[in-house]
Design a protein around this ligand. Structure first.
Ligand SMILES: C[S@@+](CC[C@H](N)C(=O)[O-])C[C@H]1O[C@@H](n2cnc3c(N)ncnc32)[C@H](O)[C@@H]1O
Length: 249
């Protein structure tokens, strides 16, 4: 495997190690001082990340990581606080390091726009990666004829979505790729560019012809949406609507 095509977390680890390796090799040549050490490591790690073709925001992270770690150390915050912060973030973001899908939430206007896509009548809707259930709750308010299911892998968002306790909403903990999407009239995805090709493959394999896959913001490589809806909200959400074809090619 070429390192530049490795998972981002692995590339980040390698860039940081390169930074420390460079500082160690140049040790005698660097001016004295702990901040000079931190800054040199940061520059070297950033250059290594550039060489690994990491995305731009990773470069910014590498540039501030070690100086901020040194600054935090100077504050003498008890180690247990860092462990607690790590545990909280891990429970919220869970497998984001692997799936590359972070947690951000759909707004009410978006749920209203999606709710208008299907004619009145009993409908089954699935939110893949339902977060804290914001989309499901707003959708249920718009469509009292809908039965809604959410699947979420991260423990804290899952627990929060369960607290809502709406009679039309069921939330399952797990990986949405491991559940069947057959039987749903609409599958809603607000994820990231990374899983979209796999999402489309699963949708066209399992969903019934004529049902809809709606992606908030992220396209599917090589597939034109059947419809694009511009939502009149602050973030100018674009909903990409894909109808599942009758003949699965
Ligand atoms: C951007 S949030 C969207 C939340 C919600 N759908 C909304 O629109 O408000 C994406 C969520 O998908 C979850 N997720 C990502 N990959 C997943 C997977 N394979 N199975 C289950 N949940 C997943 C993440 O934990 C995150 O909470």
């Amino acid at each position: 495997m070429r390192l530049s095509s490795a998972p981002p977390a692995l590339k980040a680890l390698f860039a940081q190690l390169c930074g420390w390796g460079a500082v160690w090799l140049l040790g005698q040549l660097l001016p004295d001082g702990v901040w000079m050490l931190a800054f040199s490591q940061a520059v070297a790690a950033t250059l290594a990340a550039m060489a690994l073709r990491s995305t731009r925001w990773w470069l910014a992270i590498h540039f501030v990581f070690t100086p901020l770690a040194f600054a935090a150390h100077a504050l003498e915050i008890p180690p247990a606080a860092w462990l607690a912060a790590f545990v909280v973030f891990a429970l919220i973001f869970w497998s984001s390091y692997r799936t590359q899908v972070p947690l951000f939430l759909s707004n009410r206007q978006t749920a209203c726009a999606v709710a208008g896509l299907l004619p009145p009548g009993p409908i089954e809707v699935l939110d893949i990666g339902c977060g804290i259930g914001s989309f499901l709750a707003a959708f249920a308010q718009q469509r009292r004829d809908a039965r809604l299911t959410g699947i979420e892998s991260a423990p804290v968002p899952f627990a929060l979505s369960r607290i809502r306790k709406h009679p039309a909403i069921t939330v399952i903990r797990g990986d949405f790729f491991a559940h069947s999407w057959a039987g749903y009239d609409l599958v809603y995805a607000f994820l990231s560019p990374v899983p979209m090709a796999d999402v489309w493959e699963k949708a066209r394999r399992e969903m019934k012809p004529g049902s809809l896959l709606v992606s908030n913001s992220f396209g599917i490589p090589g597939i034109e949406p059947d419809r694009v809806i511009e939502v009149a909200d602050r973030r100018q959400t674009r909903l990409l609507v894909f109808a599942i074809p009758a003949t699965q090619s």
